[in-house]
Design a protein around this ligand. Structure first.
Ligand SMILES: Cc1cc2nc3c(=O)[nH]c(=O)nc-3n(C[C@H](O)[C@H](O)[C@H](O)COP(=O)(O)OP(=O)(O)OC[C@H]3O[C@@H](n4cnc5c(N)ncnc54)[C@H](O)[C@@H]3O)c2cc1C
Length: 404
């Protein structure tokens, strides 16, 4: 069987992959991506891009075309809702951001990066002999072989590249299911210019709603293995009773598993030898499941690291781990209670929202947040967040020794 040879092989053709490809293609390297789906492919996502993600796309790929956006085409910010029936709306810094249609935005980013994609081609495994990485893949039932000097795993939460390098990793972290249903609107008092999030322990670990193309999305996240329909029914009843949201039965639904957790506790996973892992596969996830900006930035850093390693003849892991520290810091800062209280790690000002409330309301919100956080107690993240936050305060960085 003929082996195709490349400088760099990327697994996945999404945002992290496009950002990595942009750096590699611009440097004149011979790059290919394997994407298991046919493009343009759907991606389960709210599509609310952060201001930083928006800047990245404009700076790297140019102005965003209208046809890569959903309706409403932009989002002004986030509204938090609490069980005490207090709501806080926060606008994004710098104005509204695009509401991406991931099917078309990702395809646009891939094409703009100049990436050569082998579609409907699933990565299945690899061996790194220290000089070259030998990759196995499947297309239409046929096994394919590739060799590359470097492999970048940009293949999302259930990364097979990560599994090839660290086979036990998947079992070592908790998994969450997120599911969203699309429902026609009878009546919806929730402001369609905002993404709505509920800090309610009785609804789920992550509960959201927003408008899209004339329908309302109701989404909920919960520990894997539980029943989406039950959670969804509960959320729908709550929104009807407490917020007056009346919807037609769901027309469509989608869901997927999420590796929510590694960024909270600074447990990223960046690969081994000539294999780099990036984007959500590496554990990058900002608060409110905002993963696009960190996928783009970490992907670009993975690409830059390969270019730097080749130019300076250095081991790629050494370069990547040095350069990625800034993104790890930025992402873990989002979950760091000291940064939240004394700094402003997010791109919407929660503290300003709080200041608009009376003292009694502020206390109610703080109590609601603590009650909500208790549902995460079984995962043992609290102490780790605290110890990492203290180290960050003393050293001005998170320890890289916790990364795989
Ligand atoms: C319900 C939900 C809502 C979200 N809402 C937002 C939001 O509003 N804003 C935001 O910023 N983020 C949001 N996110 C997070 C965001 O979607 C992800 O963090 C982001 O897409 C990660 O990008 P990535 O490039 O790392 O990986 P992905 O986008 O997951 O892309 C991975 C790619 O790899 C391909 N692939 C996987 N395995 C293989 C294989 N074996 N072989 C070949 N190809 C493979 C996949 O098909 C896919 O194209 C949301 C996520 C979910 C689940």
């Amino acid at each position: 069987m003929r082996e195709e040879k490349y400088d760099v092989l990327i697994v996945g053709a999404s945002l992290a992959a496009s950002a990595a490809a942009k750096r590699l293609v611009d440097a004149g390297l011979n790059v290919v991506a394997l994407e298991r789906k046919k493009l343009p492919r759907n991606k389960v996502c709210s599509g609310i891009l952060s201001p930083r993600g928006h800047r990245f796309l404009i700076e790297n790929f140019g102005p965003l075309p209208r046809d890569i956006l959903h309706e409403p085409t932009s989002c002004r910010g986030v509204t938090f809702h609490f069980p005490s029936m207090i709501s806080i709306s926060m606008d994004f810094e710098g104005g509204p951001t695009p509401h991406l249609n991931r099917k078309f935005s990702d395809y646009w980013a891939v094409k703009s990066s100049g990436l050569n994609v082998h579609e409907e081609t699933s990565f299945t495994g690899l061996e790194d002999d220290g000089k070259l990485v030998h990759v196995r893949a499947m297309r239409a039932g046929i096994e394919l072989k590739y060799t590359a000097r470097y492999v970048i795993g940009a293949d999302g939460p259930k990364s097979q590249v990560r599994h090839s390098v660290y086979p036990d990793y998947m079992k070592s972290i908790p998994w969450f299911m997120v599911g969203q249903k699309f429902q026609r609107i009878i009546e919806c008092p929730l402001d369609e210019d905002y993404f709505h999030f509920w800090f309610h322990p009785g609804l789920g670990h992550y509960t959201w709603s927003h408008a899209r193309n004339g329908r309302q999305i109701l989404g909920v996240g919960f520990p894997s293995g539980k029943n989406l329909h039950e959670y969804h029914r509960n959320v729908e009843a709550y929104l009807r009773d407490k917020h007056g949201v009346k919807l037609e039965p769901a027309e469509e639904m989608e869901g997927c598993a999420q590796n929510f957790g590694p960024s909270l506790i600074n447990r990223y996973i960046f690969g081994k030898g000539n294999v780099l892992i990036t984007g959500q596969a590496a554990g990058f996830f900002n608060m409110l499941a905002e993963g696009m900006s960190c996928a783009l930035h970490s992907g670009a850093i993975a690409g830059e690291s390969v270019v730097g390693a080749i130019q300076r003849n250095r081991p790629v892991q050494e370069v990547y781990r040095r350069l990625i520290a800034s993104e790890a810091k930025r992402c873990t800062d989002q979950w760091n209670p000291f940064r939240i209280i004394f700094g402003n790690p997010h791109e919407a000002d929660f503290k300003a929202g709080m200041r608009k409330l009376s003292k009694r309301e502020q206390l109610a919100v703080i109590r609601d947040i603590f009650r909500f956080m208790k549902i995460y107690a079984p995962y043992g993240w609290g102490r780790q967040i605290l110890s990492q936050s203290l180290i960050r305060m003393v050293l001005n960085k998170y320890p890289s020794g916790r990364w795989l």
